[in-house]
Write a protein that binds this ligand. Structure first.
Ligand SMILES: *[C@@H]1O[C@H](CO)[C@@H](O)[C@H](O)[C@H]1NC(C)=O
Ligand SMILES: *[C@@H]1O[C@H](CO)[C@@H](O)[C@H](O)[C@H]1NC(C)=O
Ligand SMILES: *[C@@H]1O[C@H](CO)[C@@H](O)[C@H](O)[C@H]1NC(C)=O
Ligand SMILES: *[C@@H]1O[C@H](CO)[C@@H](O)[C@H](O)[C@H]1NC(C)=O
Ligand SMILES: *[C@@H]1O[C@H](CO)[C@@H](O)[C@H](O)[C@H]1NC(C)=O
Ligand SMILES: *[C@@H]1O[C@H](CO)[C@@H](O)[C@H](O)[C@H]1NC(C)=O
Ligand SMILES: *[C@@H]1O[C@H](CO)[C@@H](O)[C@H](O)[C@H]1NC(C)=O
Ligand SMILES: *[C@@H]1O[C@H](CO)[C@@H](O)[C@H](O)[C@H]1NC(C)=O
Length: 406
């Protein structure tokens, strides 16, 4: 027996050494290949605060710690995904990630402004990075505490609960911080921008980024009532408190119109950057602009557009640029406005660090320069020869998904 023990140990030791070697090979391979594959954090403690997804499940986010000189810097990115504004439509979200954390992915691939790859993301790669999951369908703005219908509408509480949690995780000591968002998440970032800044009174720089969040009213173009009604329905159903909207806007117009960014961006005090196109694929191709089907084919293949659709599209491009031009004339809001058919720029790396160049800068460069104050950036691409969108073939058109539309 006694003799065998060393042999057994020896054998086990070899096995363990082998295991450790193979594991560490796997781990390092895993780290290089998968360093952007980030696990979900489900915030169970939020439930007691009434901060829940549409189905009553806890809200969630994906978080990875900062390192090196990024250890006290934070970038938060709010997920988008349209809105819902009726029991029937919201019910369709109870069994997917847009209404329930039970259906969210366990991991999320971080890219672009959240990428840990220094080449792709030189200014933010080592920051604390957070992707805030979207499960309220109100751009993190609703607070309808009545839920007799079994559909919870608590977007604002979700935002507050997650902020509280991140502050405790170290965000309270942030030196640099960004609140960003895409699409409906961008609307949330605009809405919460000044409030976020107030949470970080000791930070050196706090700024906000809206990616494809300027949903225009375009009051003189077809569908203006449809667009206004959509936001009015969202505000009413989701219970967006009127006093949470900027009073500088609500004192001037019907409060439901204060969900259009053009009506309140000028009053945001925190430095802001807009990433936009004059031809937003969602706004043009969805029932936000028309009723969907008629526009889908046209926005994917110009040759299928009717002459009147082409005219509307030209007029729309002009209206968007005018709206943004007015913002840039009266504010120091940074902006990168190109002319490709697109919705969202931080989903695909091509949108962030290569495909678009204005004034010799990619979005990644323009945003980095603006954030650190190396260079101000306010560019609107306008080519009189091209009244329609440019065909940016390098980009895959995002898929038309009717389920995203209220
Ligand atoms: C991310 O990690 C999870 C869990 O380890 C794994 O199942 C998934 O395949 C990974 N995703 C990618 C894109 O590597
Ligand atoms: C969840 O993961 C699947 C598979 O990787 C992916 O196709 C899908 O887009 C992800 N959903 C979200 C909301 O990120
Ligand atoms: C980082 O990004 C660059 C440029 O996209 C790419 O060539 C490189 O392979 C990436 N590195 C890793 C480790 O993924
Ligand atoms: C504001 O607009 C909504 C939606 O169009 C409408 O129902 C409401 O009556 C308006 N309120 C006022 C005070 O005009
Ligand atoms: C959708 O738009 C098309 C073309 O403009 C029109 O013919 C159709 O009646 C509309 N459908 C609905 C449901 O509004
Ligand atoms: C859109 O294109 C598809 C396939 O080419 C066609 O079946 C459909 O009828 C088109 N829709 C409209 C509204 O033109
Ligand atoms: C852009 O050009 C490509 C190649 O010529 C073509 O297949 C595609 O349909 C065009 N896209 C649009 C939106 O016109
Ligand atoms: C454009 O930018 C690149 C690298 O950022 C630089 O090398 C080049 O000189 C710039 N070109 C002009 C015309 O400014």
């Amino acid at each position: 027996m006694a003799k065998n023990i060393p042999a057994m140990f020896d054998h086990r030791l070899k096995l363990i050494i082998c295991l450790v070697i193979s594991m560490s090979t796997n781990i390092s391979a895993h780290l290089t290949a998968d360093y952007n594959n980030i696990s979900i954090t489900i915030l169970g403690s939020a439930v007691a605060k009434g901060a829940v997804c549409l189905d009553g499940s806890p809200p969630a986010y994906y978080y990875v710690k900062g390192f090196g000189d990024g250890v006290n810097n934070w970038v938060l990115d709010l997920e988008g995904g349209g809105w819902c504004a009726s029991d029937d439509f919201c019910a369709t979200r109870l069994k997917n990630n847009l209404g329930s954390s039970k259906y969210m992915n366990g991991t999320h691939e971080f890219g672009q402004i959240k990428s840990q790859n220094q080449t792709e993301n030189p200014d933010f790669y080592n920051w604390n990075r957070v992707y805030v999951a979207y499960c309220d369908s109100s751009s993190f703005m609703g607070d309808n505490i009545q839920s007799e219908t079994g559909i919870n509408r608590r977007g604002a509480r979700i935002f507050n609960a997650i902020m509280e949690d991140l502050l405790a995780k170290g965000m309270a000591n942030a030196e640099n911080a960004i609140l960003a968002g895409g699409s409906a998440g961008a609307l949330g970032a605009l809405f919460h921008c000044d409030g976020f800044s107030e949470l970080l009174p000791n930070a050196k720089r706090v700024k906000c980024i809206s990616d494809s969040g300027v949903f225009v009213h375009a009051v003189h173009l077809p569908g203006a009532d449809r667009r206004a009604n959509l936001f009015a329905k969202v505000a009413a159903y989701q219970g967006i408190p009127v006093d949470s909207l900027p009073s500088s806007c609500t004192s001037r117009m019907n409060s439901s119109l204060c969900l259009f960014p053009e009506n309140f961006i000028g009053d945001i005090k925190t430095p802001l950057f807009l990433i936009e196109t004059a031809f937003d694929q969602y706004q043009l191709g969805s029932h936000y602009f028309s009723n969907g089907s008629a526009w889908k084919n046209c926005t994917e293949h110009l040759e299928l557009c009717t002459p009147s659709q082409l005219q509307v599209m030209k007029d729309y491009g002009i209206a968007v640029r005018q709206t943004l031009q007015e913002i840039s004339d009266t504010t120091s809001v940074g902006m990168f406005v190109h002319s490709c058919l697109r919705h969202g720029h931080t989903y695909e790396s091509s949108g962030w660090d290569s495909s678009y160049v204005l004034a010799n800068k990619t979005i990644a460069q323009a945003v980095g320069d603006w954030f650190y104050g190396r260079d101000f950036f306010q560019e609107i691409d306008y080519d009189n020869e091209l009244p329609l969108f440019k065909n940016c073939t390098k980009l895959t058109a995002s898929t038309y998904d009717p389920s995203l539309y209220a």
